[in-house]
Design a protein around this ligand. Structure first.
Ligand SMILES: [Zn+2]
Length: 266
């Protein structure tokens, strides 16, 4: 597992002299970003969105590196983005363990051709990636589900690098009134997501009708596929990472299942 990477703030390139004071770190109000920082987040997301969309369509988004993510940005935007990457997790209320920064260079299995029905129209999901440790168990489990109930679940999100995770974090700030403390309950900070841990990789499931629980948790809970997972996923090494009635600060996510090699079927 890789260690968290720390970055040294750059000395002003305009001066270039060693005695010039370092650029002070950006202080973010974690309860709610200042109006200036909200405007900066909006500008950053708007600038990154076309780039992210292109990567997604090319099936390269889950392997996004920090260097690629920063590539469309100027120096001040990079510095602002890094202030989110370098947030002190414990001080903003993160209660989940650190898994390590995922650089996007892992050995992965690509899933193509996953077709679901969205608004009555067959749509292919962008390519997703699972680690070689987890892919066979996922397939094995889905075959068993199909045999039992005639249905299967699809991978809406499998592996994603920490740079992709960082983008998701700033993207979803708007859903939580630009409060970092609220957003961390829903979106992991880079290094804290199980989607970046190949050994114990998490999968976000979606069913054939496009139900993923994101807008309506109960709709996902009511799925026959979900009930089957509750009863059977453990036999295939999968556990529900964030169950109902978890400690405060961790949001219930019935669609998010982690592979746990300890309970791997023999
Ligand atoms: Zn997830």
């Amino acid at each position: 597992m890789s260690k968290k990477v720390f970055f040294v703030l750059a000395v002003s390139i305009l001066c270039g002299c060693a005695s010039f004071p370092k650029t002070p770190a950006i202080t973010l109000n974690v309860e709610k970003l200042s109006p200036e920082h909200i405007a900066e987040v909006k500008a950053l997301v708007a600038k990154l969105e076309p780039f992210i969309h292109t990567k997604d369509q090319a099936g390269r988004l889950p392997m996004l590196t920090f260097k690629e993510l920063e590539s469309p940005l100027n120096a001040s935007e990079k510095r602002f983005l890094r202030s989110f990457r370098d947030l002190e997790a414990a001080t903003v209320g993160v209660r989940i363990p650190f898994h390590g920064i995922s650089q996007g260079n892992n050995d992965l299995v690509r899933l193509d051709g996953q077709k679901i029905r969205l608004h009555g129209k067959w749509t292919e999901l962008p390519p997703q990636f699972l680690s070689p440790q987890v892919y066979p168990s996922y397939q094995f489990m889905m075959r068993a589900m199909e045999r039992a109930i005639g249905k299967r679940l699809f991978v809406e999100s499998g592996y994603r690098s920490s740079a992709h995770q960082l983008y998701l974090f700033i993207f979803y700030l708007s859903n939580h009134d630009y409060s970092i403390r609220e957003t961390v309950k829903w979106v992991a900070l880079p290094g804290y997501s199980e989607h970046g841990d190949p050994e114990h990789l998490a999968i976000d499931f979606i069913n054939e009708d496009g139900i993923n629980g994101e807008e309506n948790v109960a709709e996902f809970e009511d799925l026959q596929e979900y009930q089957w997972l509750l009863e059977n996923a453990g036999r295939f090494g999968f556990v529900l990472s964030y169950p109902k009635n978890a400690p405060a600060g961790i949001t219930y996510e019935p669609w998010h299942w982690r592979y746990d090699s300890i309970s791997r079927p023999r």
